[in-house]
Design a protein around this ligand. Structure first.
Ligand code: COA
Length: 153
């Protein structure tokens, strides 16, 4: 997308909490992983519109821990661009695989990730019921399990 700039958040800089909370409703959960992540912010004409966070799992595997596009910018292809950027970043850093976890109720996300070559690898049963105090409901479906998808970079 023309004019979209993606930049690493330098150490010590403020995290884009409003965006991060769109993808993960628990500030407590975010605080547990975000400081171990490389966080990238996408801006359009100076306005922050999206972000993603990468967490190394081991020497070959990188995880996208959080990805979010501000509501009014959703559905314009920015999410797909960020996923492609995350794949490229993981590759340039020497990782071989990348994974992302999402809820069983996140139909649009499951579609997006599979369209971009991610394949379902694992189901973490009861993850969202166990880790989130309030029930999460999307698309009329309760979010219970985490679906983990993975691809080579
Ligand atoms: N319903 C159906 N399909 C959807 C969808 C939705 N709500 N959101 C994304 N998709 C799919 C479509 O297949 C779409 O392809 P198409 O444009 O050819 O139809 C594809 O994703 C690309 O969409 P794109 O415009 O690049 O997505 P986006 O910029 O809206 O970003 C998210 C996708 C998920 C990052 C964004 O919607 C978002 O921030 N959502 C809230 C936070 C979140 O859920 N983060 C992910 C947690 S796992």
């Amino acid at each position: 997308m023309e004019g979209l700039q993606i930049e690493l958040v330098e150490n010590g800089r403020e995290m884009p909490m409003d965006l991060l909370l769109l993808a993960d409703p628990s500030a407590e959960m975010i605080s547990e992983y975000i400081h171990d992540c490389r966080v990238f912010i996408a801006s359009l004409n100076g306005a922050m519109v999206a972000c993603y966070a990468l967490l190394p799992i081991d020497e070959i595997l990188m995880e996208i821990k959080n990805i979010a596009v501000a509501e009014r910018y959703q559905g314009k292809g920015i999410g797909a661009l960020l996923i492609k950027d995350a794949i490229e970043t993981a590759k340039n850093l020497g990782y071989k695989k990348i994974r992302i976890g999402t809820g069983n109720s996140s139909i649009g996300q499951l579609q997006l990730y599979q369209k971009l070559g991610f394949i379902q690898r694992e189901v973490i049963k009861g993850f969202f019921q166990k880790n989130y105090p309030e029930p999460i409901v999307e698309n009329g479906i309760e979010c219970v399990d985490m679906i983990v998808l993975e691809r080579n970079v």
